[in-house]
Design a binder for this molecule. Structure first.
Ligand SMILES: C[S@@+](CC[C@H](N)C(=O)[O-])C[C@H]1O[C@@H](n2cnc3c(N)ncnc32)[C@H](O)[C@@H]1O
Length: 249
């Protein structure tokens, strides 16, 4: 298995993930979490697997200095266009995370790694590299596709054969990730490197709503309710993605 660079998935990703409520909820939760913990001063920020640059642009518009690293040219081109349209400067690097230590020398105040782990062949290998790329007083914003939520969705849909065969990962060219992340396993990978300071669920109820209620709901209400319940002890762990703010040990 190789890392899945999004060369052929860029358009589908833009439409399916950021074309509707799913992307809006994702951005709202990540932004609310970051707004709580970022200092007021301008920061040097590295976004690894930056994709189309949605989060990076939001941070650039708040006065931070952004470096976007992304191996897939169509994704990085999309990010460049998004920054140009907003007249925001940034540094763009076409590279996978495996090449970054060779290219970047000074560690960053904040490193973003959003929805990348689940596309990697060896997700645990990136964590020490993220640590080296983050200042000792900096932060890591780690968002990942939650295997628990995938299991729960399959149970709700009655996909028991799939469950018994343990065939939950996405197929080639699917937007279901090839390696959904088990949060308990991830915690063991973080040991000795990262301390988790804040945890939220992304889409803790939206994706489980019956479609007729989903279609009828106003986005503004969905955002308010998702934000209000993102840290609820019973629901946070059901988020389709989990967002962990981590501090280096
Ligand atoms: C689901 S997208 C997430 C994009 C963006 N971070 C976001 O949250 O919108 C996953 C991204 O990871 C990138 N990726 C895959 N393998 C990678 C690697 N080895 N190093 C860095 N990025 C990688 C893909 O090309 C893709 O753009």
């Amino acid at each position: 298995m190789n890392d899945r660079h999004f060369d052929a998935l860029a358009t589908r990703f833009a439409e399916k993930i950021y074309g509707g409520a799913k992307g809006a909820i994702r951005l709202a939760v990540l932004q609310a979490d970051l707004a709580e913990c970022l200092p007021e001063r301008p920061l040097r920020i590295l976004d690894i697997g930056a994709g189309l640059g949605h989060m990076a642009l939001w941070l650039a518009e708040r006065g931070h200095h952004l470096t976007l690293a992304e191996p897939a040219a169509p994704m990085l081109d999309g990010a460049r266009e998004r920054f140009a349209a907003a007249s925001q400067p940034a540094t763009f690097i076409q590279a996978p995370w495996q090449d970054l230590l060779g290219e970047l020398t000074e560690p960053y105040d904040l490193v973003l790694c959003h929805a990348v782990l689940e596309w990697l062949a060896e997700p645990e290998a990136i964590l020490p590299v993220l640590h080296q790329l983050t200042r000792s007083d900096g932060l890591l914003s780690l968002a990942f596709y939650n295997r628990d939520a995938l299991v729960y969705r399959n149970l709700l849909k009655g996909h028991f054969r799939k469950m018994r065969r343990n065939t939950l990962a996405g197929e080639k060219q699917s937007l279901t990730p090839q390696k959904p992340v088990d949060p308990r396993e991830l915690r063991t990978w973080l040991e000795g490197l990262w301390q988790v300071e804040a945890e939220s669920g992304v889409r803790v109820f939206h994706d489980y709503m019956p479609t007729e209620f989903q279609a009828r709901a106003e986005l503004i209400d969905l955002l308010e309710m998702e934000l209000a319940h993102r840290r609820h002890p019973a629901f946070a762990g059901l988020g389709r993605y989990l967002h962990w703010i981590c501090r280096p040990l």
